[in-house]
Write a protein that binds this ligand. Structure first.
Ligand SMILES: [Zn+2]
Length: 77
């Protein structure tokens, strides 16, 4: 059936996005592997508490990317 084939492909795409979303990444600040996804394109280091923007579903959006910037230092306003 056509509908079954489409369903399988969508599920595979969702699975790979989910893995990236749940993976941990190295913190550019403290170099520990404890950066986790906090929200849409927001990543937080569980070790030093630094916040970063990145890709929506993975911390690195590609080689040579320069859009990543720190959001730290705005805790108490
Ligand atoms: Zn850190």
């Amino acid at each position: 059936m056509r509908t079954a084939r489409y369903g399988r492909r969508l599920r595979m795409l969702a699975d790979s996005a989910d893995k990236k979303r749940r993976a941990r990444y190295e913190c550019p600040k403290c170099k520990k592997n404890s950066v986790k996804r906090e929200g849409y394109a927001i990543w937080t280091c569980r070790s030093c508490g630094a916040k970063f923007t990145g890709g929506a579903y993975s911390f690195e959006t590609g080689p040579g990317q320069s859009s990543k910037r720190m959001l730290g230092g705005v805790k108490n306003e």
